[in-house]
Design a protein around this ligand. Structure first.
Ligand SMILES: Nc1ncnc2c1ncn2[C@@H]1O[C@H](COP(=O)(O)OP(=O)(O)OP(=O)(O)O)[C@@H](O)[C@H]1O
Ligand SMILES: [Mg+2]
Length: 268
């Protein structure tokens, strides 16, 4: 068997004083796979995602475990090597994309910085690359968005800007942290279409952090469930629906079945 694209083993994350938050996370993602990371609020999804990327918030550290990407142990890389991997190897769409944008810089300037940092475009090519990227995530008036400040964008637009930026470097793995939370159903579908199309075209993989079982059913091949900092279930989405074994998995599937029954009854 070939090594998976991403292989996380025994990941432990916590506070600098040693208090553990993510206690033992092991998960793998293969080539051209879309995998859901599911779990209740505070279960450690965002910290796990950020640890994979090597960018934990201040005061939070990796206490142990291994993170291999394309066979390379990321925890051994120096900051410069990690920086080079970010964007092209692994890219991240943060939870609450709007808050992650710099509030006082126009979108165009922020996109330019990323393009330059990744050495993808410079000079005149920057504007063209930025417009193309915004068009690819279905932003209708890209010129206006380039001139806008983050507070002038709707949540759905900010989310799509963040996805456009994350896809600049054609990453082999995209980690999207709740990319559709808080968006209306139409925008949600558009955002998922963009993520899916890029994965299909590039044969790339996606780790999708979400609470939404509908998104999982429609878009994901496999699901990983975390509860209180531990991976408690990791299986195909079909398997999850056929019989979840973890407490949180069962809860999700039961809630989804209830909702489906309710829909059937009210539309009958
Ligand atoms: N910067 C931080 N400093 C201290 N504790 C933190 C920090 N970030 C997260 N935590 C704690 O770590 C735990 C896991 O947080 P994390 O953000 O990974 O949860 P999550 O599963 O992404 O939740 P949600 O679904 O609400 O986004 C939480 O109990 C949280 O309080
Ligand atoms: Mg989170």
């Amino acid at each position: 068997m070939t090594a998976p694209l991403l292989d996380v083993e025994g990941l432990r994350i916590g506070r600098a004083d040693g208090t553990e938050i993510v206690k033992d996370a092991s998960l793998a993602i293969g080539d051209a796979e879309t995998v859901a990371l599911l779990g209740g609020t505070g279960s450690g999804k965002t910290l796990t995602a950020r640890a994979i990327l090597g960018v934990l918030p201040p005061g939070i550290v990796r206490l142990g475990g291994s993170i291999r990407f394309e066979g390379v142990e990321l925890t051994d890389l120096d900051p410069e090597e990690l920086r080079r991997l970010r964007g092209t190897g692994i890219a991240y769409v943060p939870q609450n994309a709007k808050a992650a944008l710099h509030p006082l810089r126009r979108i165009g300037a922020q996109m330019r910085t990323v393009l330059r940092d990744l050495e993808l475009a410079d000079g005149d090519a920057v504007g063209k690359a930025s417009l193309e990227a915004l068009a690819s995530v279905r932003i209708r008036d890209p010129e206006r968005v380039l001139r806008a400040y983050p507070h002038e964008l709707s949540g759905g637009m900010a989310q799509r800007v963040a996805i456009a930026v994350a896809l600049f470097g054609r990453p082999r793995l995209l980690i999207a942290d709740e990319p559709t939370t808080g968006l209306d159903a139409t925008v949600q579908a558009q955002v998922m279409q963009v993520i899916e199309r890029r994965a299909r075209e590039a044969g790339a993989s996606t780790l999708l952090v979400t609470h939404d079982l509908g998104v999982v059913a429609q878009h994901c091949d496999r699901a990983i469930i975390v509860e209180d900092g531990r991976v408690t279930e990791q299986r195909t989405v079909e398997g999850l629906f056929a019989g979840a074994t973890s407490a949180y998995g069962r809860l999700l599937v039961e809630a989804a079945n209830r909702e489906a029954r309710h829909m059937a009854e009210t539309t009958a």
